[in-house]
Design a binder for this molecule. Structure first.
Ligand SMILES: Cc1cc2nc3c(=O)[nH]c(=O)nc-3n(C[C@H](O)[C@H](O)[C@H](O)COP(=O)(O)OP(=O)(O)OC[C@H]3O[C@@H](n4cnc5c(N)ncnc54)[C@H](O)[C@@H]3O)c2cc1C
Length: 561
């Protein structure tokens, strides 16, 4: 784990480096030329230069052993600079993950040591032309090569698609089917029979190299099998999902904020109808404030999950990682799109960057598991908890939030509790009427879960801030009063989404008869959810004032409940 000071120094050196080597004009030019700045990626990976990758390598292998919280903040910063370059650095991180979590001690020493000391680039080769979200459809094979009755190596055959760093890495972790199932292998660039295609011509992250790989009778020694035991590949991949998804969530967050900060600045300078756009409520409350709220709700969930992973709690926090990724990448994408709108015609041109960021951030909803796969994962995992607790899982969370509300009545915990109660009721109705046989309902439940859990998280964050107990490294752009307002806005949004959409789809899937609808409205708390919307506009006004540094002195502030 890094000290606060080391973390701040690392973040600052990243910012300083970007200012010098990757100013906007350079980023735009590289994007237009569709060029990966390989030298910059190598400089950033070089332990004698920037050495960014050292942050995620454990100390025992020559790295700095950054915690999940440290690495998320670094990933957010990298995404604020450029998501293509960030993806390139992240590919080494992803490519080394099966090694970090599944390799033998000798393999870890050798390969992680090489990344730390030599700054070599890795690529992570899982996806295939016919195996994307469904990795089980993997076709690449690794056949045993046996000499004197002993497995001495493997011959790998197949192809990989859309591999980040595919054309520039020195080493590749490749997922292939052995007789015992999917297994990771480490393959060197230049090995006979191993080739990469030309870089893909992509919609965004054009500063990252993405290429297809072809493997024709590629021979590797048996010691290249990660962990030394066949068939562990999918388990090893699963072990890191909580962690890696938090990092892609940080990408969505960083890119989203990068676009939004440009829109915020622009709106203070652009005069229309006699005043800056930042003073137009219809503008700020549609294009700026809701994005601030969504991004900070996602950040709260990311930080809770990161701290949970660092505390080594129960399991791998894969579901929490999925919620963090889903919420942050959807929020980042929306923030970038709204930033184009916020800049009007200028937003639509290359020069103002938000257009590029919008194209870049789009990938975060696709790679490391698409948003739809996240919805499915979240829904299936939490559905088990709903069944196991006989429908009490979210009622229990609601009761905890009610207790929080009693202690901190202004952090949105009351509305977050309404969201959780409504969720429990809707899920129970879906169980009784067997509605999860409809995939659409299953995935929508995933979305409602993500909203309800983020509302709870942001309420807890605001309460911690009020008590002065936030983690010392936690992101600190918003003070306790602003966090409380953000939490109230998001909790109301979450409650209305769960209650209204939940009822809509229970009814839409014919899960209730006409006569039962009024009872469902009452049990899901819809009237209370509607009443809880009081104060929403005043809170949005307050956040706009915070964003534009117009906050009045404490005594002059409206009383917000
Ligand atoms: C720029 C870029 C970089 C990448 N880098 C890497 C890398 O370094 N390493 C690597 O291994 N991979 C990488 N990928 C691949 C990426 O992880 C996959 O594209 C992603 O997992 C989705 O797979 P797919 O593209 O085959 O889409 P598909 O799985 O075919 O999905 C297509 C659509 O269908 C939806 N869908 C899929 N299954 C279901 C279902 N069961 N029910 C309902 N809807 C469904 C999806 O949500 C999506 O909207 C990269 C991709 C890109 C574009």
């Amino acid at each position: 784990m890094l000290t606060k000071k080391t973390l701040q120094l690392s973040l600052k050196s990243l910012r300083d480096f970007a200012k010098k080597s990757l100013p906007d004009e350079e980023l735009i030019a590289l994007d237009e030329r569709d060029e990966c700045p390989v030298e910059i990626v190598r400089y950033m990976s070089n332990p004698d230069k920037l050495g960014t990758q050292l942050l995620f390598i454990p100390e025992e292998y020559g790295g700095m052993g950054g915690s999940t919280l440290d690495v998320y903040l670094i990933c957010e910063q990298m995404a604020r600079i450029d998501l293509g370059v960030a993806t390139s650095l992240f590919a080494t991180f992803l490519g080394s993950d099966p090694i970090t979590f599944g390799a033998t001690p000798e393999q870890k020493k050798k390969w992680l040591g090489k990344i730390a000391e030599e700054g070599v680039l890795f690529a992570y080769g899982a996806t295939e032309p016919e195996a994307g979200s469904d990795l089980g459809a993997l076709k690449t094979t690794a056949d045993r090569v046996i000499e004197n009755g002993k497995i001495v190596g493997y011959k790998i055959n197949g192809s990989k698609q859309w591999i980040s760093n595919g054309g520039i890495a020195e080493h590749y972790t490749i997922l292939a089917n052995t007789p015992a199932g999917p297994t990771w292998f480490i393959v060197d660039a230049g090995t006979k029979g191993f080739a990469h295609d030309k870089p893909e011509n992509k919609h965004g992250i054009r500063l990252s190299n993405t290429a297809a790989l072809a493997l024709n009778d590629v021979y590797v020694d048996a010691d290249r099998l990660v962990g030394g035991v066949e068939g562990q590949g999918l388990v090893q991949a699963q072990l890191v999902f909580g962690y890696t998804r938090v990092m892609v969530a940080a990408f969505g967050l960083g890119a989203g904020w990068s676009a939004l900060d440009r829109a915020i600045l622009y709106s203070t300078k652009r005069i229309q109808a006699g005043a800056p756009l930042s003073e137009k409520q219809g503008y700020t409350h549609k294009l700026i404030v809701p994005n601030v709220v969504r991004l900070e709700a996602a950040r709260s969930y990311i930080e809770e999950t990161a701290l949970g992973i660092d505390a080594g709690g129960e399991g791998t926090l894969n579901t929490e990682g999925a919620i963090a990724k889903y919420m942050a990448t959807e929020a980042g994408d929306k923030a970038a799109d709204d930033s184009i709108q916020a800049l009007g015609g200028y937003g639509y041109t290359h020069e103002y960057m938000v257009e590029k960021i919008s194209r870049d951030v789009r990938i975060t909803r696709i790679y490391e598991g698409t948003s739809e796969i996240m919805e499915m994962t979240i829904s299936r995992d939490r559905w088990q908890l709903h069944l196991k607790t006989r429908g009490q899982y979210y009622h229990d969370q609601a009761r905890e939030l009610e207790a929080l509300h009693a202690k901190h009545p202004n952090v949105g915990a009351g509305a977050a509790a309404l969201a959780a109660h409504a969720l429990a009721e809707v899920m129970e109705k879906a169980r009784v009427a067997r509605l999860t046989r409809f995939q659409h309902i299953l995935l929508r439940i995933g979305e409602w879960i993500a909203y309800a859990e983020c509302a709870g998280s942001l309420a807890r964050r605001a309460a911690l801030a009020a008590e002065g107990k936030l983690n010392e490294k936690a992101h600190a752009r918003f003070d306790a009063t602003a966090l409380a307002a953000l939490a109230r806005i998001f909790a109301r949004d979450a409650a209305i989404k769960v209650a209204q959409d939940g009822l809509r789809w229970v009814i839409g899937a014919d899960g209730v008869t006409g006569a039962e609808i009024a009872a469902l409205e009452a049990s899901s708390g819809l009237p209370a959810v509607l009443r809880a919307q009081a104060g929403q506009l005043a809170d949005m006004d307050y956040i706009a004032d915070v964003i534009y540094s117009r906050v009045k002195k404490e005594a002059e502030q409206p009383v917000l409940v």
